[in-house]
Design a protein. Structure first.
Length: 275
């Protein structure tokens, strides 16, 4: 069982709550959508799932119904009591009030890998949260996130795509990603002005390039510089960041633009060291 639009409106009225614009709250209110999310995430009774932005519990109820172990994280202290009351009959769910951008993931989930993150992410934190999970929460091995379509396309973009950017390279370093579905604005309360996308992200067993090639910090520095002026040729946008000799050594044309390079090419360029 999960919430319909009338259920969401009733709960908001009963508890005298208003969706927070500051927190980017748009509550999913469509049983078919949450069931679809659970199916695409591959959640079953043996899964361990963390949900970020649990809100009024629409998706949480669908996750709980599989029998999975669920940790539901919600930052809004006004919603937490309501969320806990909705989930009283589900002992497999633990509700935690915390900011997912600041929480200690190891303390919350432990070190053992195998967790899945499944979430309807607030639009204003989706990108930094996904990157933080990939960087700081190695126990989370897969993500199925519902995000603004434009954000989803950036997370999953391949080299050459118009949406490809620095975030795409970071995701590719840690994981593989794909847009696996679209979600209309009509399934949310309140209704947003944009369409959403479902993105599946699966962590690689090891990063796409090793630390022996380039450190992650150095890779991020060079990629950020390259995409800061994405219309310029790399020899100009990376002036002072990489030496001219690095292009030939890395097999990258100095006339190329940032969106043309995949993560391995970025790594060779960022990691080249003078002999």
């Amino acid at each position: 069982m999960t919430h319909s639009p009338s259920d969401v409106r009733r709960l908001l009225d009963e508890y005298r709550l208003r969706p927070s614009k500051a927190l980017g709250q748009h509550f999913v209110a469509d049983p078919n959508t949450v069931r679809r999310v659970v199916r695409l995430a591959g959640v079953d009774a043996f899964s361990r799932v963390v949900e970020v932005g649990a809100g009024l519990g629409s998706l949480t109820l669908a996750l709980a119904g599989t029998g999975a172990e669920v940790v539901a994280v919600e930052v809004d202290r006004h919603l937490v009591p309501l969320l806990r009351s909705i989930l009283l009959e589900h002992p497999n769910v633990r509700v935690v009030q915390a900011d997912a951008l600041e929480v200690d993931w190891e303390a919350l989930l432990g070190e053992e890998p195998g967790w899945a993150l499944v979430a309807n992410l607030p639009y204003n934190v989706a990108t930094p949260l996904v990157i933080r999970i990939l960087e700081d929460a190695p126990m989370v091995c897969s993500l199925l996130v519902m995000v603004q379509r434009e954000v989803g396309e950036r997370l999953a973009a391949a080299p050459g795509a118009s949406a490809y950017g620095a975030v795409s390279v970071k995701v590719s370093y840690w994981a593989t990603a794909a847009v696996v579905g679209l979600v209309p604005a009509t399934v949310f309360v309140p209704k947003p002005s944009i369409e959403s996308a479902l993105v599946r992200i699966d962590r690689r067993e090891r990063p796409a390039v090793g630390e022996s090639v380039v450190s992650y910090a150095r890779l991020v520095e060079v990629v950020g510089a390259g995409f800061a002026h994405r219309r310029k040729m790399l020899r100009r946008s990376l002036a002072g960041v990489v030496v001219p000799e690095a292009f030939a050594a890395a097999g990258v044309a100095p006339t190329a633009r940032a969106e043309e390079l995949d993560v391995e090419q970025w790594a060779r360029l960022a990691g080249w060291k003078r002999a």
